[in-house]
Design a binder for this molecule. Structure first.
Ligand code: GLN
Length: 372
């Protein structure tokens, strides 16, 4: 055995509740973040590398994590983005033909601490009941008062701008330069699978930093704009909200995903709210109100757009609804080529029921090009 698997570790929640587990060796430093849980049975590598999770401590409800290793092609960004991992059984002996590394090595290389042997059912029940809150993970198990102090100084997710931490610093291009479809992606923390869904359909794309202006994007002469997913509260992202406003005013084909959806809502004066608990999993049921069909979707969000303001906004139409709690899952702007969804049609991880939304975006770009 390479490690002493008995190093005790604790998770202290902001409401004072303490959970115990084990880890492989004492942490270099304590890890803090908003604690959240994902119910996906698979897809841990994609989840841990999804930039939308930046600043969050992840609890996995699936009892076994690491059992199929990792594959370098399956990350959703260039690094691990969660602040820490809490699970029940961590597998040190993965098995999968296509795996090229163990999750243990992957997380060790990323200096990402893991606490395992935790009663994750009790922990998740607690968070579900008491709502989203900050937490600290530590191997300093004898100084709980110091942990409380450190935790009380950690900023709350509400009001936190995090896109700047994960967005590209410089613009870059991908795909076929000769394509008819040129998509400018406003990168608030984009997942690789969103970019793949665009280039798979033949688009030439240019990914722009989160604080690029509408004029920066339009200078490239795009046929459409995609406002990506990303971490943190959408409200402080004033420049992205301005981009969305101008996209709508100027009738540029625009598609928003998750944080991008919230940005489009804010551009239409629909407020966003912090949810009691987010939606994070790969089996969330959505209904498309235009077709009446339901779709099973991948989700990861802790904020939502205000339903009453959406219903009362004469320029906005609700296109999709979440069937578990009736929250708004998608909107389109009336008589404008702009729509957005709160969930993840690109999947990665998750089912592909909603990939048709990328086709809708391409149809919208083709139609406007013909008319122009
Ligand atoms: N996946 C995302 O884009 C998440 C959006 C936002 N950070 C939220 O938590 O609601």
């Amino acid at each position: 055995m390479k490690y002493n698997l008995k190093t005790p570790a604790v998770i202290l929640l902001a409401d004072g509740t303490l959970f115990h587990g084990k880890t492989t060796k004492p942490f270099d430093s304590n890890r803090l973040g908003e604690i959240c849980f994902n119910t996906g049975m698979t897809g841990y590598q994609e989840i841990f590398t999804d930039p939308s999770y930046f600043g969050q401590i992840m609890v996995t409800t699936n009892a076994h994590i690491g059992n199929y290793g990792v594959n370098s092609d399956e990350s959703e960004s260039d690094s691990v983005k969660i602040s820490g991992l809490i699970c029940k059984n961590f597998s040190f002996t993965p098995s999968r033909v296509n795996s090229d590394m163990s999750l243990e090595k992957f997380l060790e290389d990323a200096h990402l601490p893991v606490i395992f042997d935790v009663d994750t059912r009790a922990l998740v029940s607690h968070i579900r009941q008491h709502g989203a809150m900050n937490a600290v993970m530590s191997t300093d198990t004898n100084n709980i008062d110091d942990l409380k102090e450190e935790l009380s100084n950690h900023p709350s997710m509400k009001g936190l701008e995090l896109a700047s931490k994960v967005s590209t610093k410089e613009p870059y291009t991908l795909g076929d330069k000769l394509s008819d479809h040129k998509v400018a992606v406003l990168d608030l923390g984009t997942k690789k699978n969103i970019l793949r869904r665009l280039t798979d359909r033949g688009a030439f794309i240019k990914v722009f930093p989160y604080n690029s202006s509408f004029e920066d994007l339009m200078e490239w002469n795009p046929t459409g704009i995609l406002i990506s997913n990303g971490p943190g509260d959408p409200e402080p992202l004033t420049s992205a909200i301005e981009v969305a406003k101008k996209c709508i005013q100027n009738e540029v084909p625009t598609f928003g995903i998750c944080l991008g959806h919230q940005i489009i809502a804010l551009a239409m004066d629909i407020p966003t709210l912090k949810m009691h608990n987010g939606h994070r999993g790969i089996n969330h049921p959505i209904q498309n109100l235009k077709t009446g069909k339901s779709e099973i979707t991948s989700q990861n969000h802790g904020f939502t757009i205000d339903k009453d303001s959406t219903v009362n906004n004469s320029q906005v139409e609700i296109s999709h609804i979440h069937l578990n709690d009736d929250s708004v899952a998608g909107i389109n702007i009336k008589n404008k080529p702009c729509f957005s969804v709160q969930y993840h049609p690109e999947a990665g991880p998750g089912p592909n029921d909603a990939t048709y939304l990328f086709d809708d975006f391409f149809d919208m770009m083709s139609k406007l090009k013909v008319e122009a």
